[in-house]
Design a binder for this molecule. Structure first.
Ligand code: NDP
Length: 479
């Protein structure tokens, strides 16, 4: 198969240029297959990208909201023409099944539609005090560094660069090294829709390129999605110039299943999706279940049956319902957790069907596992596994489940499964998470809605209209 046109290149001031060296991006379903190459930019190239974004900001920041909306309308049309190719490329570099990759690309396009549609009205000054007229006006901030992870690279990259550019800022995007190609292709296709220098993209090691970006005094805003440890590093590195930071970080989402929960097919299907989507490599996946002891066996049996219906294989095959893990590091980490659980006497029930047993060892394939006979103190329960595995721990009383749910540095999402909505609301008030779902978990259907994580899962993000307000400074204008 041919490599994408942008393979191995970076985008600086409207030009795709080569870096001194490149690295392979492999297909996690067939690691011998090179999907493309990722350029290894150095500090100088990173500085150049920031320089190009700073120069372009002068003009772009003065364009009208209508002009910016028109650029996004063009961008929507342009990406739509290439949807199929982008979906397949995403599957080949990330591993997720076609159906999930198609959702990522469709939703990314939808974000640009929101920008095209909503930016003019959002940009209008808002009268907040009619007595003495005071208007809230919005002003773009400058260069935004957008740093994204490998698990849903396109969706999470778009979630940040689209509102930044819609607000009149310019961006330097740094995609994750394991999975940069589809984002690179999107920027190649979108380049002509925006003035030169509005979109820039650099690739290379996070601790060189990312580190340089977040320390650059010309970068005024950082929108980072990734691990909590990297988030801490970014806070330190950017402190000397006090940048505006939005950090969307790791999670260890609990699902609390009460004794009156309705565990019908719909509930089990929802729970399974919330655990196994993207092979469990989702920040807002259910990563631990606390179930009332009276329902423990029933839930375990039903979830095991659902996990057994999983078909694990190459995401490009229509039969596949779960692809491989994305990379060797993640594969070894999850494998290590399961081996440790097994050695510690937990019951690790491996489930699902291998689509192609002969090619199993060619990729980072792993069967999903339901793990029982453990406790809240197990390593598998306390860490962010980011894999197709679910520990189920029984509890006796609601307050014990709430205490365990909160016993973590993380606070992205949580869910309460009960037939009693009022009881779900009462528990939701006591669980520290950015959003708590009742009889469901994880994702909002409406892209306008986004709730930032609490505790060490997030910082600085805003919820309304895809967080547009985060990327601008609001100032008062008074008569
Ligand atoms: P990392 O934090 O390792 O990497 C994220 C991005 O940061 C990559 O582009 C990486 O580059 C870059 N990076 C690495 N080191 C630095 C540095 N010193 N300075 C600046 N940038 C750096 O996360 P993963 O890619 O492993 O993603 C998985 C994590 O992301 C999980 O913890 C998951 O929960 C979290 N996540 C959170 C989401 C949320 O919305 N809350 C959504 C999705 C994921 P490189 O790839 O080159 O190392």
């Amino acid at each position: 198969m041919t490599e994408p046109e942008s393979s191995g290149l970076i985008l600086v001031g409207g030009r795709w240029i080569a870096t001194a060296s490149t690295r392979k991006v492999v297909n996690p379903a067939r690691t011998a297959e090179q999907v493309g190459r990722v350029g290894q930019a150095d500090e100088n190239a990173t500085d150049d990208a920031v320089g190009a974004a700073s120069t372009a900001f002068e003009e772009w920041s003065r364009t009208s909201a209508q002009t910016r909306a028109a650029c996004f309308a063009d961008a929507v049309a342009r990406l739509r023409e290439h949807t199929d190719d982008l979906v397949r490329l995403l599957v080949r570099e990330n591993g997720k099944p076609l159906s999930e990759a198609a959702i990522d690309i469709a939703r990314s396009i939808e974000m640009m539609e929101i920008a095209a549609h909503d930016v003019p009205a959002w940009s209008k000054p808002e009268l907040i005090e009619p007595g003495q007229p005071v208007w809230i006006r919005r002003r773009p901030r400058g260069v935004t560094a957008v740093i994204s992870p490998w698990n849903s690279p396109v969706l999470l990259g778009f979630r940040r660069w689209v509102p930044a550019v819609a607000g009149g800022n310019t961006v330097v995007l740094k995609p994750a090294s394991y999975c940069p190609l589809t984002l690179m292709e999107c920027f190649r296709l979108l380049g002509p829709c925006f003035p030169v220098g509005v979109l820039n993209l650099v690739t290379g090691p996070g601790d060189i390129v990312g580190d340089r970006l977040v320390g650059d005094p010309r970068v005024s805003t950082i929108a980072f999605t990734g691990g909590t440890e990297t988030g801490r590093r970014i806070v330190q590195r950017s402190a000397s110039t006090l940048k505006k930071l939005s950090l969307e970080l790791g999670g260890n989402d609990p699902a609390v299943v009460l004794e009156d929960a309705v565990l019908d097919n719909t509930a089990i299907e929802r729970m399974t999706r919330a655990i196994l989507r993207a092979t469990g490599q989702v920040c807002v996946a259910v990563k631990r279940i606390y179930v009332h002891r009276s329902r423990h066996d029933e839930l375990t049996e039903k979830l095991t049956a659902a996990f057994n219906r999983t078909v694990i294989g190459d995401g490009l095959n229509d039969e596949t319902t779960m692809g491989p893990l994305n990379n060797r590091t993640q594969f070894d980490f999850v494998r290590g957790l399961l081996d440790h659980a097994d050695r510690s006497g937990l019951n690790v029930k491996v489930c699902g069907r291998k689509l192609n047993p002969d090619g199993w060892d060619d990729g980072y394939f792993m069967q999903p596992a339901v793990v029982t006979r453990g406790t809240h103190d197990d390593e598998l329960v306390g860490c962010e596994q980011f894999g197709p595995v679910i520990p189920i721990v029984p509890f006796e009383e609601d307050r014990q489940a709430v205490a365990w749910a909160n016993d973590t540095i993380y606070g992205l999402r949580a869910s309460v499964w009960t037939a009693d909505r009022a009881r779900a609301e009462r528990l939701a008030d006591r669980i520290h998470a950015g959003a708590v779902f009742h009889n469901n978990h994880g994702i909002f259907g409406d892209l306008h809605l986004e709730f930032p994580g609490v505790k060490q899962s997030g910082l600085g993000h805003e919820s309304r209209l895809m967080g547009f307000d985060f990327y601008v400074d609001s100032y008062g204008f008074a008569d």
